[in-house]
Write a protein that binds this ligand. Structure first.
Ligand code: ADP
Length: 259
């Protein structure tokens, strides 16, 4: 019998790693790294073996978010050992080079750095590896999406029109390379005043949910705009670990449940 045409070649698997989930955004500053970090920790709290690869070469934030410094150790001849961030195995270019030197790397160097961070790190057995993608939808992101065996992608956006336009591009980019969209997350959704409790929608509200519906992809949830999220992130003590009982920590955990 005639066989169906072969599927397009997929990127080579990373041994021992069951699922690789990209967290992406159409532009910077929408909370992609904050979400990546707290999602990884929420999955860890579920009892999974979790890694986080900070692939944001030009603006690595995992060292700060997890409160980690120090250099990864070499295992064997050329494998690097990830650092331990609250039980999550973390690797970032920020552990390896000064930020100012990575800043001037050209595209191909960035691509090969990311591949090294993926394949020359002793991740061990992982149920899930979260990849904090470089922001945007340019060439670097496309190459990254193609050369990494991604199980799927989570797109994060604020409720604002402008951010949503970029998020739409992100969805289109992954669809183009046939990577499933696991869903869209709305970050910086509503703000509850800590003094009077009044809820304000500083960047609007519900935009990402509507957009997800329009695009026919799942909506995974909303993360409120919350001072404690920013403060704990800056302090390297992520809210999912330090204050898991709060509504905003639960918001991250609810998203993690759906992955
Ligand atoms: P990106 O990775 O998309 O560039 P970051 O995760 O670095 O964005 O977030 C940008 C800034 O916004 C950081 O200072 C972070 O602490 C803050 N931030 C992100 N999400 C929230 C939120 N839900 N509430 C308050 N501050 C947030």
């Amino acid at each position: 019998a005639q066989r169906a045409a072969a599927a397009p070649p997929r990127a080579q698997a990373v041994p021992g790693v069951k699922r690789i989930v990209a967290v992406a955004s159409g532009k910077g500053g929408v909370g992609k790294s904050t979400l990546s970090c707290n999602l990884a920790l929420a999955l860890r709290l579920q009892g999974l073996a979790v890694g986080l690869l900070d692939a944001d070469i030009y603006g690595p934030s995992a060292p700060k978010l997890f409160g980690l410094s120090g250099k990864p150790r070499l295992v064997g001849e050329r494998m690097l050992e990830p650092l331990d961030g609250y039980g999550v195995k973390v690797m970032s270019i920020g552990f390896l080079v000064e930020e100012s030197s990575a800043m001037i790397w050209r595209g191909p160097m960035v691509t090969s750095a990311i591949q090294q961070l993926l394949r020359e790190v002793a991740w061990g057995e992982l149920d899930v590896l979260i990849v904090d993608m470089p922001p945007g939808t340019g060439d670097a992101q496309l190459t990254m999406a193609q050369s990494t065996p991604l199980t799927g992608a989570v797109i994060v956006s604020t409720p604002q029109d402008l951010a949503l336009i970029d998020a739409r591009r992100g969805v289109a980019m992954f669809q183009k390379v046939e990577i499933p969209i696991l869903g869209v997350v709305e970050n910086m959704a509503s703000f509850a005043c800590p003094h009077c409790g009044t809820v304000s929608n500083i960047f609007g509200h519900g935009g990402a949910r509507r957009e997800a519906e329009k695009l026919g992809v799942p909506f995974l949830g909303e993360i409120p705009l919350q001072m404690e999220i920013r403060e704990t992130s800056d302090a390297g003590r992520p809210v999912v670990v330090t204050d898991p009982g709060t509504a905003h920590a639960r918001a991250f955990m609810d998203v993690a449940q759906k992955l």
